[in-house]
Design a protein around this ligand. Structure first.
Ligand code: HEM
Length: 397
């Protein structure tokens, strides 16, 4: 039995949760407070001009797995956002047999062996630089470092050679598109659509070339070998870049900050065996994709609330996950929450194996530098996905 006075006993999270709360509310000062107030009124609440907000994990799963009643293709759903930019067949805006068939073909890109080799190719150089700069006692901004990694991953996905001079441009172009999106707005203005199409067109032009050449060492060449047309390849690459860039760039510095603020960085260095539980718990409290949108396709009742076709459902994943309490990797994860931050049902994140491999690689690169501390940080203001604008790390003595 612990003899520590309750006031001195380490609270799970504590400092870590306070920083994370600030990260979230600085990104969305009004929207998050509004959504939390709504969640406090019940698990399913109809909010004028927003939609039906779902804040309970089990009900969220019911929505995500019932594609007969809740779709990504109706009014107010993500298809209004993505179809004008990426075309009609990019998973995010598809349902039914065509969606399942495209996912099956793309599955060959996310096998453990392919993902591990891809990460090794893409991240070896930027992560070696990160570890050696930290080990040499330099101040390293982890946000800039993960942006370079994201740029390298984008170049790989679109089939561009891994030229470090291109990494920051590639990242900036992907960001220029995602920054047009708002938390629960599911469409862009015609001008934003033109801008997004022009930027993505530049970014994915290389994918069309690589697909034509059919060189299987490139991702678009591999997609061709998996049976994807040039158009499907361009769309899939665009979808990967848009869904897989900001999520990771937001998450990785928050993961390291949570580990640091809860005193876990040193423990993980001594015993990396706990890494998976810490990463999973950090995903639970950060939820880098904080809401998921669906459109009601057929009359339904959810948590006692009647829904009609055309209603928009806002699954507030962040609240579903945070209701479980503060950051505490030692506590078991309830089954209804398991990996909800990657979705559920037929649209479950296709890129999860790649995301997890990148997360483990970046964390390992930080830990490999020896004991490090966060010496400075700046939270990003009014961004779609909450995060740090800067997180400075330095090796401690
Ligand atoms: C921490 C990082 C990530 C998080 C938290 C995340 C989260 C999610 C979530 C919640 C969904 C489901 C959305 C919905 O049902 O409405 C999703 C779908 C998707 N994600 Fe991820 N994602 C991450 C990284 C990635 C990466 C790295 C890639 C690929 C390179 C990727 C590719 C996709 C794709 C293609 C879909 C659409 C799947 C479909 O509609 O069938 N994601 N992601």
């Amino acid at each position: 039995m612990s003899t520590a006075h309750p006031r001195h006993r380490a609270r799970p999270g504590g400092e870590a949760d306070r920083w994370e709360e600030r990260v979230q509310t600085t990104a969305h000062p009004v929207a998050y407070r509004l959504l939390r107030a709504v969640s406090a009124r019940g698990p399913v609440v109809r909010v004028p001009r927003v939609g039906v907000v779902v804040s309970d994990a089990a009900l969220a799963r019911d929505v995500l797995t019932d594609t007969a009643r809740f779709t990504k293709t109706g009014p107010g759903s993500p298809s209004d956002l993505w179809t004008p930019i990426l075309g009609p067949s990019v998973l995010l805006n598809m349902e039914g047999a065509a969606h399942a068939a495209l996912r099956r073909r793309l599955g060959g890109l996310f096998t453990p062996g392919y993902v591990a080799a891809l990460c090794e190719r893409v991240l070896r150089e930027p992560l070696a630089e990160l570890t050696s700069a930290l080990a040499a006692g330099e101040d390293v901004d982890l946000v800039a470092a993960v942006q370079r990694c994201a740029g390298a991953a984008i170049c790989e996905l679109v089939g561009l050679p891994p030229d470090p001079k291109r990494f920051s441009t590639a990242f900036a172009e992907a960001s220029a598109v995602t920054s047009l999106v708002r938390l629960w707005r599911s469409s862009l203005t015609p001008r934003q659509v033109r801008t997004a199409r022009a930027v993505l067109g530049r970014l994915t032009a290389a994918a069309t070339d690589a697909h034509r050449h059919g060189d299987e060492t490139t991702v678009p060449g591999r997609m061709r070998a998996l049976g994807l047309s040039a158009e499907e390849t361009r769309g899939a690459v665009g979808a990967f870049v848009l869904t897989g860039t900001e999520t990771l760039v937001s998450f990785l510095p928050r993961l390291v900050a949570l580990c640091h603020d809860s005193g876990r960085l040193d423990r993980l260095r001594a015993d990396p065996g706990g890494t998976d539980a810490v990463v999973e718990e950090a995903l639970r409290v950060t939820v880098p994709s904080p809401v998921m949108l669906r459109s009601v396709a057929a009359p339904a009742t959810l948590g006692g609330t009647p829904l009609s076709p055309g209603d928009r459902v806002v699954v507030f994943t962040l609240q579903c996950a945070r209701a479980h309490g503060p950051f505490d990797p030692d506590r078991p994860m309830p089954p209804e929450l398991r990996r909800l931050w990657f979705g559920a049902g037929p649209h479950f994140c296709l890129g999860m194996p790649l995301a997890m491999e990148q997360i483990r690689s970046v964390l390992a690169a930080v830990l490999a530098a020896g004991p490090v501390r966060v010496t400075d940080r700046r939270i990003a203001r009014r961004v779609l996905i909450p995060g740090y604008a800067r997180l400075t790390l330095r090796r401690s003595a």
